[in-house]
Ligand binder design. Structure first.
Ligand code: NAP
Ligand code: MG
Length: 402
């Protein structure tokens, strides 16, 4: 068979631990035999980040900006224990945080659904994609403990000399206060990424906040989304027959539970943090969650939602066999290949991505799966396999399709 050709490179960001091992297996077994793969390779493994003083992460993010499509392996976000384990010069920042900041992007997470794993919410039939605004609010707040009676005030001093002052509360005794902020341009980027991704994936977009209670803060989010929709996206949405729909978060929660799925649910930072855990747990397994970072100008970085699966890696280093699920990492690759194919007009490449996804789903629907899924599968005879065997089974089915 002639290998499928590419024109523009995909930005490849390698990572750490078990996912780094799986990364190589996926490339060797499922991609390189079939595609004349063009990538610009960045090693975001922790030793290389440390060696380059984390410059490699910034370079990788800038490459993603330049080429528009990247695929990323899970990476370690160092903590004190990792600094010791890897003898690091510094506790380097989260690569995902660095890349997100450079691309000014929003993360969209969606589950991969298979027949034998039923979501806990029985009417969910299609994926629910969560878009979380990962900037500001309670994650960048200022908090104070109040020890005695007194007045807490909010004071803003403008660079033009203007001031705004408001009483938060007249304390009659001890208490607590919290100051939050967000920026209009960040909310605008979030909204643009959401509208673009809805158009890209042809799905409805839901957005919810608590604007009835938070009449200025949350209402600003609602207003910015509404303004951008009217000005820039309405015509395209109508043409595609998709809907933008704002509702109060309480109402959204009720509708989500009663829905069939199949839409994007955009949420503020805290709401997105909490709801994405709820939705992903209800759909089944973290190992089946995909994640894509989309910038407001339409650059994409695909990855798995899970981490480097450290516990399995230590077992692997001990020579033990592991049954780590590669599906979300494979789908990161297929996402990038399909997007590159679409952008470069390479239908063969896009179709390869689709066939590889189908081969994964077929393998799973035949009950061949890694151990994490075996306990979740219902009404099917399962055959638990290790990672290498699982990838081999996917390859067999892929070869038949090509
Ligand atoms: P994790 O790597 O997602 O793994 C947590 C547990 O979930 C695993 O021990 C395993 O459970 C299960 N699991 C996750 N993915 C799996 C898969 N593909 N197949 C089978 N089981 C899977 O999270 P973590 O252990 O909290 O974090 C490990 C490292 O990853 C940390 O250094 C963290 O900084 C990093 N991290 C990176 C990213 C990223 O790059 N996007 C995201 C999150 C965390 P069992 O052990 O019970 O089998
Ligand atoms: Mg969370």
């Amino acid at each position: 068979m002639k290998k499928i050709l590419m024109t523009t490179p995909i930005v490849e960001m390698d990572g750490d631990e078990m996912t780094r091992v799986i990364w190589k297996m996926i490339k060797d077994e499922l991609i390189l035999p079939f595609v004349e793969l063009k990538t610009e390779y960045y090693d975001l493994g922790l030793p290389e980040r440390d060696r380059t003083d984390d410059k490699i992460t910034v370079d990788a993010a800038n490459a993603a900006k330049k080429y528009g499509v990247a695929v990323k392996c899970a990476t370690i976000t160092p903590n004190a224990q990792r600094v010791e384990e890897y003898n690091l010069k510094e506790m380097w920042k989260s690569p995902n945080g660095t890349i997100r900041a450079i691309l000014d992007g929003t993360v969209f997470r969606a589950p991969i659904i298979i027949d034998c794993i039923k979501p806990v919410v029985k009417n969910w039939k299609k994926p629910i994609t969560i878009a979380r605004h990962a900037y500001g609010d309670v994650y960048k707040d200022t908090e104070m403990k109040i020890a005695c009676a007194g007045k807490a005030e909010l004071l803003f001093t403008g660079n033009d000399g203007s001031t705004q002052r408001q009483t938060i509360f007249d304390f009659e005794g001890p208490g607590i206060v919290q100051g939050l902020y967000n920026k209009e341009d960040s909310i605008r980027s979030f909204a643009n990424s959401c509208f673009k991704y809805a158009i890209d994936t042809k799905q409805d977009l839901w957005f919810s906040t608590k604007d009835t209670i938070s009449k200025k803060y949350d209402h600003t989010f609602k207003d910015i989304f509404a303004e951008l929709y009217e000005k820039e996206y309405k015509a395209k949405f109508e043409e595609l027959g998709i809907e933008y729909f704002y509702t109060l978060i309480d109402d959204a929660v009720a509708r989500v539970i009663r829905s069939e799925g199949g839409y994007i649910w955009a949420l503020k930072n805290y709401d997105g943090d909490v709801m994405s855990d709820m939705v992903s747990t209800a759909f089944g397994s973290l190992a089946m969650m995909t994640s894509v970072l989309v910038s407001p100008d339409g650059k994409y970085e695909f990855e798995a939602a899970h981490g480097t699966v450290t516990r399995h890696y230590y077992r692997y280093l001990n020579g033990e066999e592991t049954s780590t699920n590669p599906i979300a990492t494979i789908f990161a690759w297929t996402g990038a290949l399909k997007k590159r194919g679409e952008l470069d007009g390479l239908s063969e490449l896009a179709s390869f991505g689709k066939k590889l996804e189908e081969a994964c789903i077929d393998t799973l629907n035949e009950g061949i799966m890694t151990k994490d899924l075996v306990n979740l599968a219902e009404n099917i005879e399962t055959k638990p396999v290790n990672t290498a065997k699982f990838i081999e089974e996917i390859r067999k089915r892929l070869e038949k399709k090509l």
